[in-house]
Write a protein that binds this ligand. Structure first.
Ligand code: PHE
Length: 456
């Protein structure tokens, strides 16, 4: 039943898959979300738990997602249904695909708002708006941006149109070209930022200590929540648990080695997050800012550095431009499973499917951006829409999707199938994967959940 190509097209090479999947993984999650969540939970200990989650839960689940996608060659909903049928398992497994569509929907609605901030910042940087700015003025710039619903709406809309345009053309055509040079450029610029931070001698060491010296006292009586957030951040950053990576796996050639590719992708993603932390925390600490100040963190701190460094105006524009592209390539992967499903099941043209998906997410995005200002009183579980979607998708929906994928790959799919798909790796590697996916990922995620809600 395993077909060898997808009706939506295929990656032109294994390298194209690596680029696209790391384009999905590397995004606002690494540069915006990782520093601010690490900052909320005090740094080092959070980072250590995060790294453990990437290695023991994230990598095996990413391998499982790529494998399922490649076997199914369809959108996650249809892939899960077809694979379940082939194993004589109940059709309800397609629920994993539905859950993923929901997660993608909710994530993209706030993701697009944040991507809009990068557009606004790019423009401001280009007009020299950060020259010589201090911490107070920089915070002021950010708060006035999020207090202005019209401006947020404008940038959110521009970004959603950008996403729709690429998805309408089909990922293998539009996307491949874009990521090819943007990823290396982003990487290089982050290195520039880290080098700049390193020249601020005292603060740099302090920043590194903050990030890399685990001190569990930092969790201050909320270890359960901190560990859940570190795990959620791993799912979010690696794009796991919602079918994006499954979708991209469906365009991957049957010859490529899943293990090797996944290790490269997860490695790059982690490196980018750590580099972002190394660039940001020295500036945060040097300027006496609070690491736990929340989603505004990088938008409040980086302008200070750009305002001081030589060539800062140029670097600032370039940085926000690259961040925008990183967000773009991630957002595309958030919209792709829904679009592919509409094409498969409704027989719609791709551009129509992409436009309808975008329109609905755009509407929900308006609720997110209003929750930052006019609707700040409306709360769900004590959080506005923006914060609630951000928290609930990473910490609840993606991990649930991930566990279901792990259980399916580890327990429902037959050993012959998984062994054949992961054949590239040697036997010991396969056995390790199988152990992690059957026991460690599902049990680990469940324990973290129960612990966070105080049941164990
Ligand atoms: N991984 C992306 C980022 O770090 C976000 C994302 C999450 C993309 C889930 C797809 C699926 O920005």
């Amino acid at each position: 039943m395993a077909t060898s190509t997808s009706i939506h097209g295929m990656w032109s090479s294994r390298f194209a898959f690596i680029l696209a999947a790391s384009g999905s993984a590397v995004g606002l999650g690494n540069i915006w979300r990782f520093p601010y969540t690490a900052g909320e939970y005090g740094g080092g200990a959070f980072v250590l738990v995060y790294l453990l989650c990437v290695g023991m839960i994230g990598i095996p689940i990413m391998m499982a997602e790529v494998m399922l996608g490649r076997r199914g060659r369809q959108s996650p909903i249809n892939t899960m249904r077809a694979l379940a049928q082939a194993q004589a398992a109940p059709k309800v497994w397609q629920f994993v695909g539905w859950l993923g569509i929901l997660s993608g929907f909710l994530i993209l609605s706030f993701y697009s708002v944040v991507a809009g901030w990068t557009l606004a910042y790019m423009l401001r940087a280009g007009m020299g708006g950060f020259a010589g700015i201090d911490a107070a003025a920089s915070s002021q710039v950010f708060s006035s941006l999020i207090a202005d619903p019209w401006q947020l709406l404008l940038w959110h809309s521009v970004f959603m149109v950008m996403v729709a345009l690429v998805v309408a053309r089909g990922v293998s055509g539009g996307l491949e070209q874009a990521v090819r040079f943007l990823m290396p450029a982003l990487f290089a610029l982050l290195l520039v930022m880290v080098v700049y931070a390193a020249t601020q001698s005292g603060a740099f060491v302090q920043g590194l200590e903050y990030l890399f010296r685990p001190d569990f006292a930092e969790f201050q009586g909320r270890a359960g929540e901190a560990i859940l957030s570190a795990m959620g951040q791993a799912f979010f950053s690696l794009s796991l648990g919602m079918g994006a990576i499954m979708m991209y796996g469906s365009y991957l050639s049957s010859q490529a080695s899943i293990t090797q590719n996944v290790v490269i992708i997860a490695g790059m993603d982690t490196l980018v997050a750590l580099l972002a932390g190394m660039a940001i925390f020295p500036i945060v600490l040097a300027n006496g800012l609070a690491p736990g100040s929340g989603p505004g963190l990088i938008f409040e701190t980086l302008p200070i550095a750009f305002g001081q460094m030589p060539g800062g105006q140029f670097f600032a524009v370039l940085f926000f431009l690259l961040l925008l592209f990183a967000a773009w390539t991630s957002a595309i992967s958030l919209l792709e499973p829904l679009t592919a499903w509409l094409v498969e099941n409704r027989g719609w043209q791709r551009p129509v499917a992409a436009a309808i998906g975008t329109g609905l997410i755009w509407l929900l995005g308006i609720a997110c951006l209003l929750s930052l200002n006019l609707w700040s009183d409306i709360t769900l579980f004590g959080k506005g829409f923006f914060d609630f979607f951000d928290y609930a998708t990473s910490n609840v929906l993606l991990p649930i999707g991930g566990v279901l994928i792990a259980v399916f790959a580890g327990w429902v799919l037959s050993r012959q199938v998984t062994a054949a798909e992961l054949m590239g790796g040697e036997r010991r590697g396969y056995l390790l994967w199988r152990f992690l996916i059957r026991y460690i990922s599902p049990v680990g995620v469940t324990i973290v959940f129960l612990n966070a809600i105080g049941l164990i």
